[in-house]
Design a protein around this ligand. Structure first.
Ligand SMILES: Nc1nc2c(ncn2[C@@H]2O[C@H](COP(=O)(O)OP(=O)(O)OP(=O)(O)O)[C@@H](O)[C@H]2O)c(=O)[nH]1
Ligand SMILES: [Mg+2]
Length: 458
């Protein structure tokens, strides 16, 4: 009953524009945890600091303050804000721990509305903000809903080229020894699916991002469950799987994965989001090389399909999608000197725009920007002869102060020659030391906020 009352309240709040669910995603290590931690930290400090000048309500002094609220969705783990802050404020400062699952945090933001309709009700209004963190890898699974086990297997074998083929060899060797028609042998299936999962992990470790099924690398609560124990294989499409055979079990598990894992995520999570920010670390593939870059673009394109899918065919019957704004943000902008920021946006746009335009997303707004959730460096200049070149100063992970010019960010998707000629020198820095009484330093996080909630604070 209590839960129902809460749901009704949520519904009313949402219809008078006082509740928004913001989903934060991105491939692993993109910067989701840092972004959410900083976003919460900025909003909690905004009553006492001018830390969000690009959020128009804050600039107009209409934001009164924010506080944390207990989340209403009891089935989702809490986002570990306090733990993240402990890390950032420790001596020496550390980055928050990697996360592996979906989590959620809720804030109430009190503000003075400008709109007459809201003013009539009260002189102040409250916007309840749910922020949800989930792995972008989970969105890579959407195409599975359109493919049966045979088609999916085929698509995986077609993708086995170049580096992927090399990395897949140990798994392929094990697979070759399996008799698909033989009587089910759970142990064999487990060993081969472990080997397939290992292959997906090595893809990620080598800088490749498109991995399917996404849950195999980020299982969350499903770790060790048989529904994650299958793998693509080659068989005759028209022959029926023998009863009780290995193949029959693989098909059954794939089907279960489609229904209970992929569909369930869209139904219980994705369909409840109002706004989505997709974080992209463009600098990592710049470091890693050509194949990694193109792979990331493919992965982003897959992720994008999710925003459209809900509006058409199969998933339409499952839920009515709500996302009306998507923001792509290139993170970690503090890793490059400020004059490179326009190039970073342009590079991100190059990765995102063509796919977005081809797909014609009705009624969804999209934008790109670059930001740093937690600014780890300071900018300055170093002298070279009589020239001053821009540089970054920070403290490396092994606590060495360092001044560097990391390199130029290409404006467009680079070709192979880029990595042969210059490449990009990426140094990981610790967060800057900061006091708990002050907001964390950031770059343009307020611009992201303006895009995500600015209209809700009018
Ligand atoms: N310099 C800098 N580094 C950042 C920033 N945000 C994230 N990072 C770096 O990127 C790493 C990953 O950030 P997270 O926020 O943990 O990324 P995530 O997407 O939550 O990663 P998973 O939980 O593993 O999926 C951090 O440990 C930092 O090294 C930023 O704003 N500036
Ligand atoms: Mg995380």
């Amino acid at each position: 009953m209590k839960r129902l009352t809460q749901e009704v309240n949520d519904f009313i709040n949402r219809s008078v524009d006082s509740h928004v669910r913001i989903a934060v995603t991105g491939l692993s290590r993109a910067g989701k945890t840092a972004f959410i931690s900083s976003l919460v930290n900025q909003l909690l400090h905004t009553s006492t600091h001018d830390n969000l000048p690009l959020l128009s309500a804050a600039r107009d002094k209409r934001v009164i303050g924010a506080k944390r609220e207990p989340q209403t969705n009891m089935m989702v783990p809490r986002f570990s804000y306090d733990e993240a802050m402990e890390h950032v404020h420790s001596e020496p400062p550390k980055w928050p721990e990697p996360t592996r699952d979906v989590s959620e945090i809720r804030l109430a933001l009190k503000y003075k509305p400008k709109k007459k309709t809201k003013k009539l009700l009260n002189s102040t209004a409250t916007l309840h903000i749910d922020i949800i963190d989930y792995p972008g890898e989970w969105l890579l699974d959407l195409p599975l809903l359109d493919m049966d086990f045979y088609q999916w297997s085929q698509s995986q074998f077609t993708a086995l080229k170049g580096l992927r083929k090399e990395l897949a060899q140990p798994w392929l060797d094990q697979l070759a020894a399996l008799d698909l028609d033989a009587e089910l042998n759970e142990k064999d299936l487990l060993a081969i699916s472990d080997s397939y999962t290992e292959y997906l992990h090595t893809c990620k470790d080598s800088g490749l991002h498109w991995v399917q099924p996404g849950r195999f690398v980020l299982p969350g609560e499903l770790e060790g469950a048989p529904v994650l124990q299958f793998f693509p294989c080659q068989f005759d499409e028209n022959a029926k799987a023998r009863k009780g055979s290995n193949l029959e079990m693989l098909k059954a598990r794939y089907h279960e994965y489609q229904q209970k894992v992929v569909k369930a995520f869209y139904k219980h999570h994705f369909s409840t989001f109002d706004r989505q920010i997709v974080l992209v670390d463009c600098l990592q593939p710049l470091n890693a090389g050509y194949e990694s870059f193109h792979d990331m673009r493919d992965a982003l394109e897959q992720i994008m399909h999710s925003f459209k899918y809900g509006r058409s065919n199969i998933l339409k019957r499952l839920f009515s999608p709500r996302i009306d704004k998507v923001l792509f943000a290139a993170t970690k902008a503090d890793h490059v000197t400020p004059e490179q920021h326009p190039n970073m946006v342009s590079l991100l746009q190059q990765m995102v725009h063509p796919a977005w335009q081809n797909a014609s997303y009705e009624n969804i707004e999209m934008s790109c920007l670059t930001m740093a959730s937690i600014q780890a460096t300071q900018t300055g200049f170093i002298g070279q002869g009589d020239q001053a070149i821009p540089a970054l100063q920070g403290v490396t992970m092994d606590e060495q102060p360092m001044t560097v010019f990391p390199g130029d960010v290409p404006k467009k998707l680079p070709n192979q020659a880029y990595w042969q000629q210059q490449g990009f020198e990426f140094t990981a820095f610790r967060p800057q030391a900061s006091s708990q009484d002050d907001p964390l330093p950031h770059i343009r996080l307020d611009k992201a906020l303006e895009y995500l909630i600015g209209d809700k604070l009018k």
